[in-house]
Design a protein around this ligand. Structure first.
Ligand code: ZN
Length: 321
């Protein structure tokens, strides 16, 4: 495939770290009303859970995932990191979310508008910064809210809106986003530049904000911190083209890794954030029917023979009903 034919229509997922899988499940399923679409282990560390939340199917662009490291020390949010993950909600749902979060004991701030849209900020149980942004969710948007939950459909979260990357130096990252990844600069506010995916698949998560924070203390990895951010590309052929294209500009692009539900390559972007490019195919229904998603621990075929040992090593957790 000619590398000019490969597309990155938006984010695939954001992956962060939690110190407490049970509290994490409660917060994302019962408070934010996302669906647990996959319960599995970290393929690189099968003694720990990997939790995936998203819409009904875990469509790319709706997915937030966590490595559960029991008792992990808190990390520090700061550059170079994804310092906030934002979800879209309908514009008139902001007050509903302020009340709902308060009812669950979660403090939130309805701050100033960002590029004209209202932003509600709060922290998850590990202290990870989250945002709900009141956005005009387009009618042909492919993300479907998970409605078998306590939030009325017109108020529900509808995929990832954007991520905020905070960096001490932004020029090289900006160049990567525009010249290589074909994102377009669509706005600027204070020290924040907004980038929009250059191609469109009507899915969510099309925005990346790059914030220049030269004076903020470096972040550290730990609970409550984003580990990496993944962009989506449709299939293996396009991913192969991306791998060649990225490797021509940046060293140390990983080989393709089989994540069962997608295939991934990883590289550290010049500002220091770990980027991943993940395929849309095959998706979370690769090993479970839609109705069964997230209802039991799934293991990749190469770990299935060790299921008994793996299950014994994992802390017991209660799944959402
Ligand atoms: Zn990932």
């Amino acid at each position: 495939m000619n590398s000019t034919d490969c597309t990155l229509p938006g984010l695939h997922h954001v992956t962060a770290i939690t110190a407490d899988a049970q509290k994490n499940i409660h917060f994302y399923c019962n408070v934010l009303a996302l669906r647990l679409v996959k319960l599995t282990v970290n393929f690189d560390d099968p003694a720990s859970y990997h939790l995936y939340y998203g819409d009904e199917l875990g469509r790319p662009g709706t997915v937030l995932t966590f490595f559960a490291w029991p008792g992990a020390a808190r990390g520090r949010t700061g550059p170079p990191q994804v310092t906030a993950t934002a979800f879209s909600v309908p514009t008139d749902a902001m007050d509903y979310w302020v009340r709902r979060l308060a009812a669950h004991g979660v403090e939130s701030q309805l701050g100033s508008r960002r590029f004209g849209e209202p932003v509600l900020t709060f922290l998850d149980p590990d202290g990870m910064p989250l945002e709900l942004i009141g956005a005009n969710v387009s009618a042909n948007f492919t993300a479907k809210p998970w409605v078998a939950q306590s939030v009325p459909e017109p108020m529900a979260i509808c995929g990832i809106h954007s991520v905020t990357l905070s960096e001490r130096k932004t020029d090289a990252t900006s160049q990567l986003l525009t010249d290589v990844m074909k994102y377009q600069i669509v706005g600027s506010e204070d020290n924040r530049l907004r980038y929009q995916a250059g191609t469109n698949d009507h899915g969510p998560g099309t925005i990346v904000d790059l914030v220049h924070t030269p004076d903020i203390r470096h972040g550290t990895l730990g609970a409550g911190v984003v580990h990496h951010v993944a962009f989506r590309t449709p299939d293996d052929a396009q991913q192969g083209a991306w791998r060649e294209k990225i490797a021509a500009h940046y060293p140390h692009v990983s080989p393709v890794m089989d994540r069962c539900y997608f295939h991934s390559i990883y590289f550290r972007e010049p500002g220091g954030v770990l980027f991943e490019i993940a395929t849309v195919q095959p998706g979370f229904t690769a090993d479970q029917a839609v109705a069964e998603l997230g209802k039991k621990l799934m293991l990749p075929p190469w770990l299935e023979t060790q299921r008994v040992e793996i299950e014994q090593a994992l802390p017991p957790i209660q799944l959402p009903r």
